[in-house]
Design a protein. Structure first.
Length: 396
């Protein structure tokens, strides 16, 4: 007897104060729930991501669907009212969008022809545009080269060009840079309100970029990582409090292996190497690094551990072979085989275990039962997953 046919479900859970889960209400959700009416076939979804209080889903035809907080127009819908159901961004009808990056209160879109648009708040120059804010995606005309990858931090954004250069804009890091180096000139790219080339990456070719709250990460075509910005939580694997120009993280830190992928939360960084090992470092107090502390350890040992080791990337063996990883502000999702794991900050239920207790090591999300993950994505405090299942209701 043939088994039941599989269907796609888009599941969301976690913080929902602005309707960012697309469920039609604004209550936090502690267990994965299915989005009941998505405007197009779920089979067409190619990426899922989110920002401070909004979500963005991209299809294989380049259409963008958004929901959640919209106070400053970050959804690009030509109004500033929150939206609790996923809604097509009609302003992009003639654009084939291939990547979306969501900041705290702004959104950056990359098109198939290498152009970049943005919308939302521009209070810190994070849109790379002259106007104060905009509720419809506007082309960032200052980016004249073809762009291949974009990233959005709390109040800054990044773009990698086809030629391997990196542009940064938004003044999110500027005050920290000035405090770290009082009376000294600060690199232009740390204070620019329009795209400015990141100096110090001249002889390498960057292919991917990632952004934290106040730091930036770039990955070269040779699998080397460069970082700059705030190192307050050891997220740049450096001893400096603020890294003012791109600093290479030596391959020896990663057992001599090339880096294939990089992701960033607000204050922690995750990479996967060529042999699929996963390394994490940075802030750890919500469990976002996945290191569980055994009960009974003496306080002194714990304090020493906390002070000295989080700025050193370490491999988490249970994540080796992960096919996907996504970072929220202080929580993470990972797909291994047919299972989805979560760990880190869980105050709003974004780890999907039915509680609001932080999760200190990667755990499977039991409520998913036999649903198979296809795509995962995170906002600052919420989680999303496209899955395949034989049930419409997530039951066993």
């Amino acid at each position: 007897m043939a088994g039941k046919p599989e269907v796609e479900l888009l599941l969301t859970w976690g913080a929902n104060s602005y309707g960012q889960l697309g469920l039609g209400h604004k209550n936090d959700v502690l267990l994965p729930q299915a989005v009941e009416e998505f405007p197009v076939s779920l089979v067409s979804i190619r990426s899922i991501t989110g920002g401070g209080g909004h979500s963005a889903v991209l299809t294989d035809t380049g259409e963008l669907f958004v929901c959640g907080q919209n106070k400053v127009g970050q959804l690009g819908l030509n109004h500033t009212t929150d939206v609790t159901h996923f809604t097509f961004c009609a302003a992009l009808t003639n654009r084939h969008v291939v990547q979306v990056a969501c900041g705290w209160d702004f959104t950056v879109m990359l098109t198939g022809d290498g152009q970049v648009l943005s919308c939302g708040s521009n209070s810190f120059g994070q849109l790379g545009l002259p106007q104060k804010s905009c509720a419809v995606p506007q082309l960032i005309e200052a980016l004249t080269e073809k762009i291949v990858h974009v990233a959005a931090g709390l109040r800054h954004a990044l773009a990698a060009t086809e030629g391997g250069q990196v542009f940064q804009w938004g003044t999110g890091m500027a005050s920290q840079a000035k405090r770290a180096f009082p009376g000294k000139p600060v690199s232009l790219f740390l204070t620019a309100e329009e795209p400015c080339i990141v100096t110090g990456l001249e002889n390498i070719k960057v292919k991917n970029v990632a952004a934290g709250s106040y730091h930036s990460v770039s990955l070269t075509d040779e699998g080397v990582l460069y970082v700059w910005g705030s190192n307050k939580h050891g997220q740049l694997a450096s001893k400096e409090a603020f890294v003012a120009k791109p600093q290479k993280i030596e391959a020896s830190v990663f057992s001599g292996e090339r880096i294939d992928e990089v992701w960033s939360g607000w204050t922690h960084v995750v990479v996967q190497t060529e042999t699929t090992k996963v390394f994490l470092w940075g802030r750890a107090d919500y469990g976002q690094l996945g290191r569980s502390i055994q009960e009974g350890q003496v306080r002194e040992l714990l304090d020493t551990f906390a002070r000295h080791s989080y700025n050193i990337p370490f491999s988490l063996p249970c994540l080796k072979g992960a096919s996907q990883i996504a970072c929220g502000s202080e929580h993470n999702l990972a797909v291994l085989g047919s299972q989805c794991y979560s760990w880190g900050w869980n105050e709003h239920g974004m780890c999907g275990d039915g509680t609001e207790t932080n999760v200190h090591s990667p755990k499977t999300i039991g409520a998913l039962h036999s649903a198979k993950p296809v795509l995962i994505g995170c906002g600052a405090g919420h989680s999303m997953m496209l899955c395949r299942t034989t049930s419409q209701t997530l039951q066993t």
